[in-house]
Design a protein around this ligand. Structure first.
Ligand code: CA
Length: 420
């Protein structure tokens, strides 16, 4: 049964009482604190703490919500996260009969979402990007290598990934300049330098790790979810022309590290529980350390929209997180099977999430098939890749039996390349 709150929740809203995502906000009174959200209302968790809402949960750090990032809260562990979630559902539920507390909350703890600036929710300690969509890997293999043997021989045996750059991950609402770099245009004899001409997005989800391990320890696939706090939307901005010249033999470098974007809300695994689904059948059979059972994929609808400056939003891609060939448990088990340590605040991105249909491809590279099939926008203009001043918007939500759990938006505006 759907939970009801005394806070108004608009129709088709991403943030019912069953969601309760976590973020960091600069409130209208200039305080920077941990927050959650119900409907269009931002809730100051530090102020709830001051009203003794969590006092019986015995959180040792009284300032756990009075922080510039969520890392310390995330480290408290799943048992406590579940208790905080239950307490929030209790006090914001329609059945809450503590009118004195309710009045104080209304007075001290609630803010209209449109007056609040959301900040980067975590200090990203390490960042890894996987490549776990079979449709995406196949499309890229067809375009850049051999259409008949698009997948490389290792792809179905391990979740391919690379270590990215944590410090250039920014929150939704940021602006990113088109990168300058070195490219080798087709037919040219030597490389040229200048602004990337093939600026792209990658539609991805990312999970945040909630436990720290020591170097030498491994996380078993069967226990991996105990190490995962929740998910964000992720846009892995990519310069395709820089990428195709630089990536041999060690993989992407400057084509990716100039900026990636996350949504401000971390939606917990608990909130996504009703939307678990089975992943695709894995054939050939994976090695024992990568075996998982149960429903380890999540049914999350994903959309990408392009909005030209002063123009309207154009939906260019509709995909779903459920298509992922490798699941999050396999990714974390593989990442640590050699003894690689993980840290609370690590971010693990899925790789571009493409579906089977052309309209579900998660990058311009695939949607326009390397620029050979441009997309028409509603203002009559064409896109092979992203133009300066375009805004890229990713939205994501799960929906089932009238319950909708959403992520809000992951938005970035592209600025012209810097003059050097
Ligand atoms: Ca990527």
């Amino acid at each position: 049964m759907k939970l009801e709150s005394w806070i108004e929740i608009p129709e088709n809203c991403d943030f019912p009482l069953e969601n309760l995502p976590y973020g960091i906000a600069k409130l209208s009174n200039e305080k920077t604190v941990a927050v959650t959200r119900i409907g269009d209302t931002i809730i100051d968790l530090q102020s709830l703490s001051a009203l003794n809402v969590f006092s019986d949960l015995k959180i040792a750090n009284a300032d756990i919500f009075n922080q510039p990032v969520l890392n310390n809260f995330i480290e408290l562990g799943k048992d406590l996260h579940v208790k905080v979630r239950e307490r929030l559902q209790e006090i914001f539920g329609i059945g809450s009969n503590n009118t004195e507390l309710t009045e104080k909350i209304k007075q001290y703890s609630l803010y209209a979402a449109d007056g609040v600036k959301m900040l980067m929710p975590v200090k990203v300690t390490d960042y890894t990007d996987f490549y776990s969509s079979i449709e995406h890997a196949t499309n890229v293999g067809k375009m850049f290598r051999d259409p008949a043997n698009a997948l490389l021989p290792n792809w179905k045996h391990l979740p391919v990934g690379y270590h990215g750059r944590a410090s250039s991950i920014v929150v939704s609402g940021s602006e990113i300049h088109r990168p300058n770099g070195q490219t080798m245009p087709q037919g040219a004899e030597k490389p040229v330098f200048g602004p990337s001409k093939m600026f792209d997005f990658e539609l991805e989800m990312a999970f945040v790790v909630s436990k720290t391990t020591q170097l030498g320890e491994s996380v078993k696939a069967s226990e991996a979810e105990d190490y995962i706090f929740g998910f964000l939307l992720f846009n892995d901005l990519s310069a395709r022309d820089i990428q195709s010249w630089e990536y041999v033999p060690l993989g992407p470098f400057l084509s990716k590290n100039f900026g990636s974007v996350v949504s401000p809300w971390i939606v917990t695994l608990e909130a996504l529980e009703p939307f678990r689904v089975k992943g695709p059948i894995q054939e050939p059979e994976v090695l024992p350390y990568l075996k998982t059972s149960g429903n380890r994929n999540f049914d999350i609808n994903l959309e990408v929209l392009i909005q030209p400056e002063h123009g309207e939003e154009n939906l260019v891609c509709s995909s779903n997180f459920r298509y992922m060939y490798w699941n999050i448990c396999q990714q974390l088990a593989h990442h640590t099977v050699n003894g690689c340590n993980i840290t609370t605040g690590d971010l693990y991105a899925s790789g571009t999430i493409s579906g089977p249909e052309p309209g579900s491809y998660g990058s311009m590279l695939e949607l326009t098939w390397r620029g050979t099939k441009p997309i028409q926008l509603s203002d009559g203009s064409e896109r092979k890749f992203i133009h300066d001043h375009d805004t890229i918007i990713i939205r994501g939500y799960s929906e089932k039996n009238g319950l909708r759990i959403g992520f809000g938006e992951c938005v970035v505006k592209v600025k012209p390349a810097r003059e050097l």
